[in-house]
Design a protein around this ligand. Structure first.
Ligand code: CP3
Length: 340
C-alpha cells in the first residue's frame, strides 16, 4: 500500500487527506524542549544525529501525523560554503560574516557533494527512516536559494546573481543526497519569496528541474512560497508536484484554479492554532476540509509553521479531526431532502 501522504502528493485517491504540520518538531512539544535542554542548544541538537532523529520521531509518536519531516534547518548549507552560522537564544539565526556583494559571493565555496559536508544530516535521514513505521514517509527539505540568501546576505546582496547560483547548486546537491539517504519526498522552503517573487521563482525553478532530473519522478517535490498567493499559475508550473499555500490564500478558490495540475498543501492559520480552543480548532479544520473538497491531491497542513506557544491539545485536535474525517457517501447527503 502506498502511504497516503505519497499517494496524495501524486494526486491518487486516498481514504482521507493526509496531515502533517510545518515545524511539527519544535518548542511547543515538552519532549522537544527536554532534548534541547540536554543538547545545550539548537545547533548542538541538529548536529547530534541521535537527538535529531529523536525529535523527528516525536510528533509521529505523539500525534500520529502521516509524514515526518527531517529535523534540520534551511541555513545549515551555509556553513560548508564558508559562512559562520549562529542561533542565538531567543533571537534566531545570525551570520557573522554575511555576503555584502559580488566579491564575497565569489569567495563562497560550492561543495561538490553536500552530503559529505553535511554528513550528520544524512545520518539523521537514515536513522529517522529506520525508526519510522512503513506507512509514514520521511520528508527531506532545503531552503530555496532566494530565502537562504536573505539570511546569508546584507546590504541588498540577496539578489546577487552569483550568490543565488551558488546556493542553487549546493541546494540541488544537498537534496539529492537526502533522497539517496532515504528521504521519500523533498520540500523547498521559500519563506521570503514575496520580497522578490520573480527572482525567487527563477532560482527555485532551476533547483526543482535539476533535482527532478536527478531523483526521477518517484520522489514528490513540494514547493512552499509564503506570500505568493497571487501567483498560483506560476506556482502550478514551477516544477513541483505539490505546492504549499499560506493562510492568506482561499483554499477553495486555489483548488478550483489549480485544478489537476498539482496537489495543494495547507493552509490552516497557525495563529488560529495558537489562540483558539480545541473546539474552535475542530471547527476551523472541518471548514478547511470542506474547502479542499473530495478531489484527490490535497494534503492538510498549516499556512506556516507551528508557533512555540501553541497548546499541544490544539495540535492534537487538528490532527485528530483529519484522522477521523470521512467524506459524505454522496454530496447529496448534505442537502435537505427534496420536497414532495
Ligand atoms: O519540524 C520541522 O518543520 C522540521 C525542521 C525545520 C526547522 N526549521 C527547525 C527549526 C524546518 C523545516 C525549518 C525551516 C526553516 N528554518 C525556515 C523555513 C520555514 C519557515 O518557518 O519559514 C526558515 C526561514 C528557517 C530559519 C530559522 N531557523 C529561523 C528564522 C529560526 C528562528 C526562529 C524560531 O522559530 O526560533 C530557526 C530556528 C529553528 N529551526 C527552530 C527549529 C525547531 C527553533 C530552534 C529552537 O529550538 O530554539
Amino acid at each position: 500500500m502506498t502511504p497516503r501522504f505519497l499517494a496524495a502528493c501524486r494526486r491518487e485517491p486516498v481514504d482521507r487527506p493526509p496531515v502533517w504540520l510545518m515545524r511539527q518538531a519544535g518548542r511547543y512539544l515538552p519532549e522537544y524542549r527536554e532534548v534541547r535542554a540536554r543538547a545545550g542548544g539548537f545547533l548542538e541538537m541538529v548536529k547530534t544525529p541521535e537527538h535529531a532523529v529523536e525529535v523527528t520521531l516525536q510528533p509521529v509518536r505523539r500525534l500520529g501525523v502521516d509524514a515526518a519531516i527531517l529535523f534540520a534547518d534551511i541555513l545549515l548549507v551555509l556553513e560548508p560554503m564558508g559562512l559562520d552560522l549562529q542561533f542565538e537564544e531567543g533571537r534566531g539565526p545570525r551570520i557573522l560574516n554575511p555576503v555584502r556583494g559580488r566579491d564575497d559571493a565569489g569567495r563562497l565555496r560550492v561543495p561538490r557533494d553536500a552530503g559529505i559536508d553535511l554528513a550528520y544530516v544524512m545520518e539523521t535521514v537514515r536513522g529517522a527512516r529506520a525508526g519510522l513505521p512503513a506507512e509514514v514517509p520521511l520528508i527531506g527539505f532545503a531552503g530555496a536559494p532566494f530565502t537562504v540568501a536573505t539570511y546569508a546576505a546584507e546590504d541588498g546582496a540577496e539578489t546577487e546573481e552569483l550568490l543565488l547560483e551558488k546556493l542553487a547548486r549546493v541546494t540541488t546537491s544537498y537534496l539529492l543526497a537526502q533522497a539517496q539517504a532515504g528521504a521519500q519526498a523533498l520540500m523547498l522552503f521559500d519563506s521570503w519569496a514575496s520580497r522578490a517573487l520573480d527572482v525567487a521563482f527563477r532560482h527555485a525553478r532551476t533547483v526543482l528541474a535539476t533535482v527532478r532530473e536527478l531523483v526521477g519522478a518517484e520522489v514528490p517535490l513540494i514547493y512552499f512560497a509564503k506570500g505568493a498567493g497571487a501567483r498560483l499559475d506560476d506556482l502550478a508550473t514551477i516544477g513541483a508536484d505539490v505546492i504549499g499555500i499560506d493562510a492568506t490564500v482561499d483554499l477553495r478558490e486555489a483548488r478550483a484554479r489549480i485544478g489537476d495540475r498539482v496537489a495543494i498543501q495547507g493552509n490552516l492559520d497557525n495563529e488560529v492554532l495558537r489562540s483558539a480552543d480545541p473546539a474552535g480548532v475542530r471547527d476551523a479544520t472541518m471548514r478547511l476540509l470542506e474547502a479542499a473538497g473530495p478531489r484527490p491531491g490535497y494534503i492538510a497542513n498549516l499556512g506556516h509553521g507551528v508557533l512555540p506557544e501553541t497548546p499541544v491539545l490544539n495540535v492534537a485536535a487538528f490532527v485528530d479531526t483529519i484522522r477521523t474525517w470521512k467524506w459524505p457517501a454522496s454530496p447529496r447527503a448534505l442537502r435537505p431532502a427534496p420536497k414532495t
